[in-house]
Write a protein that binds this ligand. Structure first.
Ligand SMILES: [Zn+2]
Length: 244
């Protein structure tokens, strides 16, 4: 190898090395930029983490406490799978199911009334469509068809399907007052019960002279939440009027 060729070889080798190093540098820079871009894209695409829920929010069932179920408003199909029901046994040994928030409110109302010597029990709260048919049949047998269709709703249209409507009965001087015709004999006791309802989130659903098409039922109360109950009661509105 001549000195000239050796010089040329060294030159070529150095040039090749420089080109190789330069390429590696450019590729690395490009990769870095690419990964930074990717990172930025990923960050942008990542959905914002939901705000942490309070314990109350996590526990609160996702249902509409102002739901309207009546002759013209059938129970929504998904209602029964959404509600949480609690079971209890009343003073006459019947098992009663109630939506859990409404039941908690009922227990507080019951305790408060007991402090004043008024004793209420749960006759009935949640009823399935089949249960409602049974009520119609029982009422028809006991009181006749006209009465049954006035005082009991047609299956699918009863507010009791929501689990938020509660029928109360009374214990007066240690005696169970259970039948509708006996319950109406105690207007003073009902008046004192009705007075307390809004403080616990309940309304008297069918007050005297109401426009809902149902007769006066002193025993039938409905859970709507404290705020709405107070607003309806203060303004003398039924649930239908409030929603309109
Ligand atoms: Zn009722």
């Amino acid at each position: 190898m001549t000195a000239k060729t050796r010089k040329l070889t060294v030159f070529i080798v150095i040039t090749v090395l420089l080109i190789a190093a330069g390429t590696v540098f450019i590729v690395r820079q490009a990769n870095m930029r690419h990964s930074r871009e990717e990172e930025a894209e990923e960050m942008a695409a990542e959905p914002e983490a939901p705000a942490p829920q309070t314990e109350e929010e996590q526990d609160a069932p996702d249902i509409d406490y102002l739901i309207l179920v009546d002759k013209n408003h059938m129970l929504p199909d998904d209602w029964e799978e959404k509600i949480s029901l609690v079971s209890t046994v009343n003073s006459v040994g019947d098992e009663v199911w109630t939506e859990e928030t409404a039941y908690d409110a009922y227990l507080k109302l019951k305790d408060n009334l007991a402090q004043e010597g008024i004793y209420v029990e749960l006759d009935s709260a949640y009823r399935s469509v089949a249960d409602q048919q049974k009520i119609i049949d029982d009422f028809t047998e006991k009181y006749g068809e006209a009465y049954a269709h006035t005082y009991a709703s047609e299956p699918g249209t009863s507010e009791h399907h929501t689990g938020l409507a509660l029928d109360l009965y009374l214990i007066v001087d240690g005696n169970t007052v259970y039948e509708n015709e006996d319950l109406v004999q105690y207007p003073e006791i009902w008046a004192r019960i009705h007075e307390k309802l809004p403080d616990y989130g309940f309304i008297l659903r069918y007050p005297e002279g109401n426009s809902s098409g149902y007769p006066y039922e002193p025993w039938h109360i409905r859970y709507v939440g404290i705020e709405a109950a107070k607003e309806m009661t203060e303004n003398g509105l039924t649930l239908e009027e409030y929603l309109n």
